[in-house]
Design a binder for this molecule. Structure first.
Ligand SMILES: [Ca+2]
Ligand SMILES: [Ca+2]
Length: 158
C-alpha cells in the first residue's frame, strides 16, 4: 500500500524510468538526486545518504541495492518519505497562487470560473460557490490565503 496519490506514484515511476533508460533496473545515487529535484522532492546528498541508510537498515539489505545502485522499490521509498515530509503550508501557498487567478490575494467565484474554464470543465456556479463556502470562514464570499491554508491543513489530517 502506498501513501502517495496514484498520480504522484506514476510520476515517481516515470522519473525512475527516465534515468533507467537502458532498463538496467537501477539508478545511481547522483541520478536519484536529479530525479528527486525533477519531482520537486529535492533532497541534498547528505540527506539522501541518511535516508538510504535508514531504508537499507529497515529492509535488512534484502532490497537488492548494492552500493551505488538504487532500485525502484527503494527509490519509491525515498520519494514517498520525502513526499510525506513536504511542508504542508508551503504547499498550500503554492496551490493558493494557482487558484487566485487574478492574483489579488483572494480566491473569488470569478477566479474559480476562470480556472474551470481553463481546464475545460463545466462546473456550475452553485458548485463553485459551495467550494468557496467550505473555506470561507468569515463569510465575505472570498477565500483568503489564511482560510485556504486552514482548509488544506484540515484536509491533510485525513
Ligand atoms: Ca482573486
Ligand atoms: Ca473569507
Amino acid at each position: 500500500m502506498s501513501v502517495v496519490p496514484p498520480e504522484v506514484e506514476e510520476q515517481i515511476v516515470s522519473a525512475f524510468k527516465l534515468f533507467d533508460c537502458s532498463g538496467r533496473g537501477y539508478v545511481r545515487f547522483s541520478e536519484v538526486l536529479v530525479a528527486l529535484k525533477a519531482l520537486k522532492l529535492d533532497m541534498d546528498a547528505s540527506e539522501l545518504e541518511y535516508v538510504l541508510g535508514e531504508i537499507q537498515r529497515a529492509n535488512h539489505n534484502n532490497s537488492g541495492n548494492d552500493g551505488d545502485k538504487i532500485r525502484l522499490p527503494t527509490f519509491m521509498d525515498i520519494a514517498t518519505l520525502r513526499y510525506q515530509q513536504r511542508d504542508p503550508i508551503a504547499d498550500a501557498e503554492e496551490s493558493f497562487e494557482l487558484f487566485d487567478h487574478d492574483a489579488d490575494g483572494f480566491i473569488s467565484l470569478d477566479d474559480l470560473r476562470q480556472i474551470s474554464l481553463g481546464l475545460g470543465e463545466s462546473v456550475s456556479d452553485g458548485e463553485l460557490k459551495q467550494m468557496i463556502a467550505q473555506a470561507d470562514k468569515d463569510c465575505d464570499g472570498l477565500v483568503s490565503k489564511q482560510e485556504f491554508i486552514r482548509l488544506i491543513a484540515k484536509a491533510k489530517m485525513y
